[in-house]
Structures are given as structure tokens and as C-alpha cells.
Design a protein. Structure first.
Length: 291
């Protein structure tokens, strides 16, 4: 089974857990995700299935959108509710306006230090493995962009928010840093990803429904149409002779005149057979062959 399926990840599972479940459900070993979600988080997790896993290299850095809650009063070692407290619990007497004022500072470009419990690698080893062993590693700040950070409401010590952040940004770190800015400590209490690049919750299938959709033969109807994928690449339809040559790794001339360096090549309307690289003019060499 080849395609792109957007899953609504439930709380408590790692992204790899979701991949494993979908592998079993569709009886396909080649499944991969586009962008990790922490176990505590729920929401949009795009998966590439079958031969489409070969397309992962073409999906660039995707902005992500989230909703969630931040709890003020103490910080944790993971920067979220699953961690151990690292600061004493303090009484919180914040106003919505105070929080919004401090949150506004995070908009735009900023240098963010990833959490100790993160997948960022230091000397080839994920930071979270060192953190679990009680080791503190030095993580370098990363430049990120926060397009939106809105504090939607406040109830006692819990603030609701929405955020849109560039690839590589950690919402957990935003919550932690906001607590430091306000002088009371804070951590991420809940998180739901609503968008990952062009994929949204409107596209997502609950993980528990995947098995039933496979059994009923209806899963294909929930996968994105191949022509919608990688919209920055022009699509061109090859005739049977050219398609056969591409499948064998040979260069062919295709009726594509946009000067784009990469194109999606179809045989018919639905069958994506290759991503090809322009050599010169309308001469293309297959970069990835899908079938």
C-alpha cells in the first residue's frame, strides 16, 4: 500500500508506536512519519506508506501549528507535565494581560535552547538518553521563528494558547521560557498539533480507526491524492514508453517547460511513478522511482 496518510495521534504513544501499529494494520513494513510528536501530545502525524517513504527527502522543513495549555507555578526537567519538578511550587497570581505581554516577546525570530529531554543529538547521541542517565549535555541554541503565539484564556494557573512555529521549534521550551520570564516557573500541560505543513486535523484519521478502514477496504479513500503531494513540484504525465524507460532508470524527454529542477511524473492521473531531475531542457533523469 503506497500513499500518504495523516493520523490523529492519541496521547501516550510515541510517534514510533504509531508507525508500528500502522505497519501491522496495513501489513506493510515500509512506514515512516514526517515530524515527531512527543508521547504526551496528540494530533496531526503525517505518515508515508510503502514506496512513498522514498519521498521523505523531498518534504522540507514544515511549520507546525498547535493548541494547548501551560501550567504556571513550577518548572519540570522535561518542560512538560511528564517531568519531575525542578523548581519549588509557588503561588501564582497572574493576569491574562501580564501573560499576553510576556508572550508577545516570543514572536518572530529567536534563539531557542532545546530541552534536555529531546531528540537533538550531541556527539551522535540523542540528548534524552543522556538526560535519562542523569547526565547534563550542552545543547546549542537553534534559530526558530514563531509566527503566532496567542494566549486565549486563563483559569487559575492554567493558560490556554495557540502557536505556530517553524520546524525545529519546541513548544515545551516556549512554555518553560515563558515561566522564567514571568518569574514563577511553568511547564507544558497539554499539546495538540492541529497542522503540519499542508496537513491538518481535517485530513486526519484516528489511529484506532485505521484497522477497521483496512478491513473494509476504505483506507485508500482517506489518503491524500498523489497529485496533491509536494505541490511545489510541477506534475507531468508520461506516456507508456517514457514511463517504462523511467522505471528502468533511463533519461527521457517529457512535456514539461517550467524550468523547475524537479518534477513529479505520473502514468495516468493517479499513478505517481517517479520524481525526476531536469538534466537539460525537457530531458529528465529519474531521481526516485516509485513503480
Amino acid at each position: 500500500m503506497n500513499g500518504l496518510l495523516v493520523v490523529d495521534k492519541p496521547q501516550g504513544l510515541t510517534s514510533h508506536d504509531v508507525v508500528s501499529r500502522v505497519r501491522r494494520a496495513i501489513d506493510e513494513s515500509s512506514v515512516g512519519h514526517l515530524g515527531t510528536l512527543d508521547p504526551m501530545a496528540t494530533g496531526v502525524l503525517p505518515l508515508l506508506l510503502g514506496k512513498y517513504t522514498r519521498l521523505a527527502q523531498f518534504f522540507g522543513e514544515m511549520h507546525k501549528s498547535y493548541t494547548g495549555t501551560i501550567r504556571f507555578g513550577f518548572a519540570t526537567d522535561t518542560c512538560d507535565a511528564e517531568g519531575e519538578p525542578t523548581t519549588p511550587l509557588v503561588a501564582v497570581n497572574l493576569t491574562l494581560q501580564q501573560i499576553r505581554s510576556h508572550a508577545a516577546v516570543f514572536l518572530g525570530e529567536l534563539a531557542q535552547t532545546p530541552p534536555q529531554f529531546s531528540a537533538k543529538k550531541v556527539a551522535g547521541k540523542p540528548a534524552y538518553k543522556s538526560a535519562r542517565a542523569g547526565q547534563v549535555v550542552e545543547l546549542k541554541p537553534v534559530q526558530i521563528h514563531i509566527e503566532e503565539f496567542a494566549i486565549l484564556g486563563l483559569s487559575d494557573n492554567l493558560a490556554e494558547f495557540s502557536i505556530r512555529v517553524s520546524a525545529g521549534g519546541y513548544v515545551r521550551s516556549v512554555a518553560h521560557d515563558l515561566g522564567q520570564s514571568l518569574g514563577c516557573g511553568a511547564h507544558l500541560a497539554s499539546l495538540r498539533r492541529t497542522e503540519a505543513g499542508p496537513f491538518s486535523l481535517a485530513d486526519a484519521v484516528p489511529l484506532d480507526e485505521v484497522q477497521n478502514l483496512v478491513r473494509s477496504g476504505a483506507l485508500a479513500a482517506y489518503m491524500r491524492h498523489p497529485r496533491e503531494l509536494l505541490p511545489e513540484m510541477p506534475a507531468v504525465t508520461a506516456d507508456e514508453l517514457s514511463a517504462g524507460r523511467l522505471r528502468n532508470g533511463m533519461a527521457v524527454n517529457l512535456p514539461e517547460f517550467s524550468n523547475s529542477p524537479l518534477v513529479k511524473v505520473f502514468c495516468g492521473q493517479h499513478d505517481l511513478i517517479a520524481v525526476s531531475r531536469r538534466i537539460a531542457g525537457t530531458l529528465f533523469q529519474p531521481k526516485v522511482v516509485l513503480g
